[in-house]
Write a protein that binds this ligand. Structure first.
Ligand code: HEM
Length: 352
């Protein structure tokens, strides 16, 4: 093992449980994160257009974006816990290297949240200035995503950690890594596309009380999904070819399962494009949800590829202690029921 990499802590149950929950919960974080940024893009666009119906659409989204931020943050907690259990010795190290930016996420998130709530509550009195307020909040969310991509890539590359000897102020970013920007853009462009699909879906909900506005939301959301998914194909190719060759080859036959995931994901992209073109919102949503899961599996194969020389799951020592896991599962089930109830209650309020 490289001397720079700390020894992993022991874990209380077999690593497979943690891996399962990590891969189950991380896409949930992504869904809400995507819905949050996609809805912001559509709201800014609609508000800029400025006609009455567009402004109504912006206002409908203004009401829902704060809820999406709350859900994105809450669904981020679960994968954060699991990633720390499995990769704690790596992610703690990278978090220290970029500590200033990592801690900065909390105040940035609070300010973004405040700005977006302000946009919602003062929509009428802010007028066109609301566009600036929302854009400011949106920009902060993009910056937070950038810090996440930095940490998620820095934790995989202990060979870069030596930079700490020259800069120990906690202001290191992973900017020497050519993969950082395509990876980040892959998240933001793809995320905005999926967010567009959320707006299309939300349009179906609005249509129950205001058919014209609902149809408008669905049409705009689907258009964003189609355009950005096409852009995403180019970004995805850029991401793939920027990867170090040995990692890229994982998806080109070197690892059977990773290659199958890649092929299924490509097929799902084509299917989602086709169904979105045919305006089949619900079917496109189901296909896209499955697609996001496959992309997350691919991301996990990539993480394994990066770490193969310094860490593998079988290095984690198990010191059995089952009660925290049981306690977690019980809480998860209760929490999910409560969240479903809250979301329902919130949507009922929006309908009134
Ligand atoms: C609300 C603004 C947020 C945005 C825009 C955002 C965006 C992102 C992005 C783009 C990634 C993927 C980075 C990459 O792999 O390159 C990511 C990963 C992650 N995010 Fe968030 N995030 C946000 C908030 C949060 C919060 C508040 C938490 C925790 C409470 C969180 C937990 C996580 C975790 C744990 C991962 C990595 C999971 C893994 O590696 O398996 N996120 N986020």
């Amino acid at each position: 093992m490289m001397p720079m990499v700390p020894t992993p802590d022991s874990i209380p149950t077999a690593w497979g449980y943690f891996q399962f929950f990590l891969l189950l919960t991380f896409p949930l974080h992504l869904f809400f994160m995507n819905a949050m940024i996609g809805s912001s893009v559509v709201a800014i666009y609609a508000h800029l257009k400025g006609d009455d119906e567009s402004k109504n659409l912006a206002y409908e989204l203004a009401k829902v974006i704060p809820l999406l931020i709350a859900l994105a943050v809450n669904f981020g907690v679960a994968p954060l816990l699991f990633v720390q259990v499995l990769y704690g010795h790596l992610i703690y190290s990278s978090s220290v290297l970029m500590g200033v930016f990592w801690i900065l996420i909390v105040p940035l998130l609070l300010i973004a949240y405040y700005a977006i709530y302000w946009y919602d509550f003062k929509f009428a009195s802010l007028g066109r200035a609301g566009i600036l307020v929302l854009s400011f909040g949106y920009l902060l969310l993009l910056i937070i995503g950038f810090f996440f991509s930095n940490n998620m890539t820095l934790m995989l590359q202990p060979e870069f950690w030596g930079a700490y000897l020259e800069n120990s102020s906690g202001t290191l970013l992973n900017s020497q890594d050519a993969v950082l920007w395509p990876r980040y853009l892959h998240f933001m462009v793809g995320g905005s596309a999926v967010g567009g699909l959320f707006v299309a879906l939300y349009g179906r909900f609005i249509a129950r009380r205001d058919p014209a506005l609902g149809d408008r939301a669905t049409a705009t959301g689907l258009k964003l999904f189609l355009v950005l998914t096409l852009v995403q194909i180019a970004v995805g190719v850029w991401f793939l070819i920027t990867l170090p060759r040995e990692h890229m080859l994982l998806f080109m036959g070197q690892n059977g399962l990773a290659t199958v995931c890649f092929l299924i994901a490509l097929l799902l992209v084509l299917m989602a494009l086709f169904t979105a073109f045919k305006k089949r919102v619900y079917l496109t949503t189901v296909i896209t949800a499955v697609l996001v899961y496959f992309m997350v599996f691919m991301r996990d194969f990539l993480r394994g590829g990066y770490l193969k020389d310094v860490f593998s799951m079988d290095m984690l020592q198990v010191l059995p202690e089952y009660s925290p896991m049981i306690f977690f599962v019980v809480n998860l089930v209760i929490g999910l029921i409560l969240i479903a109830w809250m979301v329902r209650a919130a949507f009922t309020r929006c309908e009134d």
